[in-house]
Design a protein around this ligand. Sequence first.
Ligand SMILES: O=P(O)(O)OC[C@H]1O[C@H](OP(=O)(O)OP(=O)(O)O)[C@H](O)[C@@H]1O
Ligand SMILES: Nc1ncnc2[nH]cnc12
Ligand SMILES: [Mg+2]
Length: 196
Amino acid sequence: MPADRTSTSSHPRTTELAGLKIRLHSALRQYPDFPSPGVLFEDILPIFSDARLHQDLVRALEIQVLDCYGQDNKPDVLVGLEARGFLFGPSLALRLGAGFVPVRKQGKLPGSTETAKFVKEYGEDHFQIQRDAIKPGQKVIVVDDIIATGGSAAAAGSLVTKLGGKLHGYLFLLELDFLKGREKLDAPVYTLLSSQ
Ligand SMILES: O=P(O)(O)OC[C@H]1O[C@H](OP(=O)(O)OP(=O)(O)O)[C@H](O)[C@@H]1O
Ligand SMILES: Nc1ncnc2[nH]cnc12
Ligand SMILES: [Mg+2]
């Protein structure tokens, strides 16, 4: 009897990821008009006050990276953005066997730094990275909680490129689709959830 090639059964990791996404999505909270009028603020913090959801998040992101890049093409470094990208970036990096490098708001990092200005959904700022944090040719994924206008992530990507890193892609927990932030990014963009 030939194998059934019409089977729709999926990889166990795909099924696991679908369940994780449902739980994570239901943990998000929305706050209208925060931090300024007209902004619907998506609060991811309830995920971290619950140990199971916290584990779900790191596992879901790990699956996403493995599914998108494969075991043989994993990143060397994850770059996380201050502040919310610091909440899970280091845990995910450990799972993947990658390094973790912070991008911080201006004036926080010692030594020689590169700087990039950015505009985000509700303000503007400067990001910095330490010049020796990434070695030329290293494969880098930028990770953050939310992509809104994409201004923050694009600035972080430009810092990675300035240091000679190979921008492998961007990874977010949540995408605010209607702001079309991914159009500002010139490497593959992966998001677990989308909203609005
Ligand atoms: O796509 P964008 O329009 O650039 O917006 C997304 C960014 O905005 C938020 O950071 P924010 O600096 O506001 O706060 P945080 O320090 O708590 O991360 C969010 O954590 C993303 O980093
Ligand atoms: N609507 C939003 N909610 C939470 N964080 C954000 N960062 C940028 N826009 C945001
Ligand atoms: Mg942020």
